[in-house]
Design a protein around this ligand. Structure first.
Ligand SMILES: [Zn+2]
Length: 307
């Protein structure tokens, strides 16, 4: 099955400084490893298209969108939070990241692809309805879900988040939306210190992992919490917040996962997609900061999407 790899060179021009882990080299590492894996015609490289404001506003407050546009600097940096900066190139990259996720929905719903991976940055799952946070400006997966609902009248969309950090922005946007199921596994207690003591709606399944969790605890969490919920929900579309920062070689967390775990969870989600969703999977890059581990993990994930 051909998997679309959606990206854009401008996503590599958003640069928050030499020592920032969310760096342009992440996309280079992904591309290098995908090339080295020689996946041939099983993948199709697609250039991302930018997103119009009307689609952004399906998941974000218009005032917040205006705030980002009006604070995009002509030179230097504008700090959105202590870890998240806008440079003159950031807004274009963020619009392409969100645009790629929406484009993936279009390509899949029009049967041009069955699955796609958006190799884009900045990431999105910490961005709330009216707030940038944790390297994220626009919530790419929540926008994709809202777009799929509006444009294709989908009534059951599942968002699965295996980034090591809780997808608090996604939870903020989709809580209470009965047509969206959101499941997140995450190290806890850990940044962004959300997802445990929340009053999240019935459509949110938060599964904290201990700091010393490894493959067994992660896989058990998915088996116990994600798969039963997914099989009951029967999603028409699966969207993945694909963060690879729980890798054992990634210094941003303590959880000890390996690329085999990302392949495993992808395989499990593909089974669900094949059973309920006509195989439709939109996967969007979130975290992953050890460049080698990120590259290997993305290859394992994409191989899982190919099946
Ligand atoms: Zn993360």
């Amino acid at each position: 099955m051909t998997v679309g790899i959606i990206s854009h060179e401008l996503c590599g021009e958003h640069d928050m400084g030499d020592f920032h882990p969310e760096c342009p080299a992440r996309l280079t590492a992904i591309q290098t490893h995908l090339t080295r894996a020689e996946l041939g015609s099983a993948i199709q490289n697609i250039e991302a298209i930018s997103i119009p404001n009307t689609i952004l506003s399906l998941a974000h407050d218009p005032a917040y969108i205006d705030y980002l546009f009006s604070h995009s600097p002509e030179t230097g940096f504008f700090a959105l939070d202590p870890d998240t900066f806008m440079t003159p190139k950031t807004l274009a990259a963020a619009l392409l990241s969100a645009g790629a996720a929406v484009q993936a929905v279009d390509l899949i719903m029009s049967h041009k692809l069955t699955a796609a991976f958006c190799a884009t940055r900045p990431p999105g799952h910490h961005a709330g309805r009216n707030k940038a946070m944790g390297f994220c400006l626009f919530n790419n997966v929540a926008i994709a879900a809202a777009y799929a609902r509006l444009t294709y009248q989908l009534k059951k969309i599942a968002i699965l988040d295996f980034d090591v950090h809780h997808g608090n922005g996604t939870e903020d946007i989709v809580t209470g939306q009965s047509d969206v199921l959101f499941c997140s596994t995450f190290q806890s207690p850990f940044y962004p210190f959300a997802g445990v003591d929340t009053s999240a709606g019935k459509n949110v399944i938060n599964t904290p992992l201990s700091a010393d969790a490894g493959s067994a605890e992660f896989r058990q969490a998915v088996r116990d919490h994600w798969l039963p919920a997914l099989n009951q929900f029967k999603p028409e579309l699966i969207i993945i917040s694909a963060g690879f920062d729980g890798h054992a070689e990634d210094d941003l967390s303590q959880v000890q996962l390996y690329e085999e775990d990302y392949r495993w969870v992808t395989d499990e989600l593909k089974v669900v997609a094949d059973q309920h969703s006509q195989g439709r999977i939109v996967s969007v890059l979130e975290g992953g900061y050890n460049l080698e581990a990120l590259g290997r993990s993305v290859v394992a994930h994409v191989q899982g999407l190919i099946g």
